[in-house]
Design a protein around this ligand. Structure first.
Ligand code: CS2
Ligand code: MG
Length: 412
């Protein structure tokens, strides 16, 4: 079974997505997500110019060998663009192999280790009342775990607050927070860590008082704190028993997490901007995190992320795969199949895609009482409607960036 055709499909229904579609000489097709939010066209070029020409004629069954060929033959290794491109090929080949076997993909990964995948959604609000409404809406939609992001007094705009926290579109109420704004230049947001550190504990105290102590609550620090500030926040949130504090400090310096770990027992999740096992090596070996945040889409696909999670399982570290709307339905399906099969599944991020996106990507996953399941269609269970995709051409979009009050650029 040879790869006969490889297409890079860019479409922008609710936001930009890059999808690789492989077709074999016996007519089987496979999809892979290659979306890198704000840098989509870099991956398009990497695939179109440097990868697609090498795929034609390869044996579609040789997934590991193709992975190693694309990784090692490039000479220049790792990085989000390379690993997103390799991920797209990898997932498309897994999709094909599972279709050829007549099985849902998770069956080829060892079969189901659970009946469903606990998911968490994103609640947000500029005020506590707006936040509480958003939490209630997520509970009404079935979410059993909820991420809490709140406005900070004195800051004009801040990460994670939906422009319209409850998007009342044709597909009903949907939390809609696409951080990447369409436009020719990144939006500038403001930031002040001290205001944030003073405010966040009051938000979680209010949420616990309103919703009780049982509801699993998560929070995303989004890379903005120094290690000692992250330690301070983790410690101040201990009374509110978080499921996790995410990206508490920029992850390029793994040793920073040693200091955070010394000061707080709040569980830590890191890795949505990581793209290889080597990014995790020290923080897994030293048990500096509790959850691996990578998405299949950005970490070399199912083949590589499965290796990361197997390494993490030796240290009782679990998965917490990245799943915002910039992970396409193809990437989400890959995450669900992998999450269903591995033993050390933790939780799956799940921001529901919009109506237009769901028309472009025909999916067979299920969402029931806060649990996801990839479904039992052969393969990934996602098909791309190329006519529908053609209605939505690419539109340049950038993630925002931060400046402090004195104008210094800061992590967003
Ligand atoms: C966030 C993302 O979902 C998350 O945890 O960190 O919204 C992130 O900001 C975007 O995926 C970046 O593209
Ligand atoms: Mg995050």
């Amino acid at each position: 079974m040879k790869i006969d055709k490889a297409e890079v499909i860019v479409t922008s229904p609710d936001r930009n997505f890059v999808t690789l579609k492989l077709t074999t000489d016996d007519g089987l097709t496979g999809l892979g997500d290659a979306t890198l939010n704000g840098r989509e066209l870099a991956v398009v070029a990497y695939l179109t110019e440097h990868v697609v020409p090498l795929l034609i004629g390869l044996d579609a069954h040789r997934i590991e060998d193709t992975w190693q060929f694309l990784y090692r033959s490039a000479y220049w290794r790792r990085g989000p663009v390379t690993m997103a491109a390799i991920a797209a090929v990898d997932v498309a080949l897994w999709d094909i192999k599972a279709k050829a076997a007549g099985m849902p993909l998770y069956q080829l990964l060892g079969g189901a280790s659970r009946t469903g995948l606990l998911a968490y959604g994103h609640a947000s609000g500029k005020s506590n009342n707006e936040l509480f409404d958003s939490v209630r809406e997520h509970q009404e939609k079935g979410f059993q775990a909820i991420r809490i992001q709140a406005g900070v007094p004195g800051l004009k705009s801040i990460y994670g607050i939906a422009s319209n926290a409850t998007f009342k579109g044709n597909d009903g109420v949907r939390y809609d927070h696409e951080p990447a704004q369409r436009g020719a230049y990144p939006a500038e947001e403001d930031w002040d860590t001290r205001s944030y550190l003073r405010h966040v504990p009051t938000v979680f105290e209010a949420v616990r008082n309103e919703f009780g102590s049982e509801l699993p609550l998560l929070h995303d620090g989004h890379h903005r704190m120094t290690p000692i500030q992250a330690a301070q926040l983790g410690k101040s949130l201990e009374p509110f028993d978080l499921f996790w504090l995410e990206d508490c400090t920029p992850a390029e310096n793994p040793e920073a997490l040693r200091l955070v770990r010394q000061h707080t027992t709040t569980p830590l999740a890191i890795g949505e901007v990581f793209n290889s096992i080597w990014d995790y090596q020290q923080i897994i070996r030293e048990q500096l995190i509790d959850y691996v945040r990578s998405a299949v889409t950005h970490t070399g696909g199912i083949t590589h992320l499965k290796k990361v999670l197997e390494y993490a399982s030796q240290y009782q570290i679990k998965s917490g795969m990245h799943g915002p709307t910039d992970i396409s339905p193809v990437g989400m399906a890959a995450a669900m199949h992998l999450g269903l099969a591995i033993h050390n599944f933790g939780i799956q991020e799940y921001m529901q895609h919009g109506e237009k996106t769901n028309r472009v990507f025909e999916q067979s996953y299920t969402w029931d009482n806060g649990m996801l399941h990839p479904g039992d269609q052969p393969g990934l269970g996602v098909e791309l409607n190329q006519d529908e995709a053609g209605k939505y051409p690419y539109e340049k979009a950038y993630l925002p960036y931060n400046r402090l009050s004195d104008g210094t650029v800061h992590d967003w």
